[in-house]
Design a protein around this ligand. Structure first.
Ligand SMILES: Cc1cc2nc3c(=O)[nH]c(=O)nc-3n(C[C@H](O)[C@H](O)[C@H](O)COP(=O)(O)O)c2cc1C
Length: 178
């Protein structure tokens, strides 16, 4: 396998976002690509600049709150040189327990990275989820700006969502980097 061109960076409080990160990486491996996986609290941010593609994972905590290790670096994200990077986001949340804030932190991360002029891929339909509001929705509310995973309420859908999303990313990346 060639040197990884994809880095997956996650933050987590109770490990769900890490576990999902490993599942996403495994799916890429089935497509013949390896992925470097990092916890956001253990790397220096400028390492992100050396990968053509980044997959960033974040859970939402405490009514729309940002996972603390991501929050710590939030103000530095805008300064990264990612104008040639392709970024895909995924988020963990609980749509029934926190339906007014479902995966809000994904929306926060998306907003924080806008100044970098990176190319975002991997939007995901809101259909199939039951929630009131989310900062991660696109304007027309038909999509999230990244993959939504709900291990609390819809864990049985996780594996198929990941499989479908990675296949989608593979195709979208090819278009964006052509
Ligand atoms: C106290 C508490 C607050 C939470 N707040 C939110 C929230 O505001 N929005 C949301 O979508 N999920 C919320 N969740 C659900 C978590 O995001 C979910 O359990 C996630 O899988 C945790 O990911 P982690 O294990 O990577 O930290 C909350 C869970 C708990 C226990």
């Amino acid at each position: 396998m060639a040197q990884p061109s994809i880095a997956l960076i996650y933050g987590t409080d109770t490990n769900n976002t890490e576990e999902i990160g490993h599942k996403i990486a495994k799916q890429w491996e089935e497509l013949g690509e390896s992925v470097d996986i990092f916890n956001i609290k253990e790397i220096s941010l400028d390492q992100l600049e050396s990968y053509p593609m980044l997959i960033l994972g974040i859970p939402t905590w405490d009514f729309g709150g940002i996972q603390s290790d991501w929050e710590d670096v939030g103000d530095c994200l805008a300064e990264l040189s990612l104008e040639h990077s392709v970024i895909a986001l995924y988020g963990l949340g609980d749509q029934f327990g926190y339906g007014d804030y479902f995966i809000d932190a994904v929306g926060w991360l998306y907003e924080k990275l806008q100044p970098t002029n990176a190319t975002f891929i991997g939007q995901w339909p809101t259909q199939g989820y039951d929630f009131e509001a989310s900062r991660a929705c696109t304007k027309d509310k038909t999509s999230f700006v990244g993959l939504a995973i709900d291990e609390d309420q819809q864990f049985d859908l996780t594996d198929q969502r990941i499989e479908q999303w990675v296949i989608q990313l593979y195709a979208e990346r090819t278009i964006e980097t052509a």
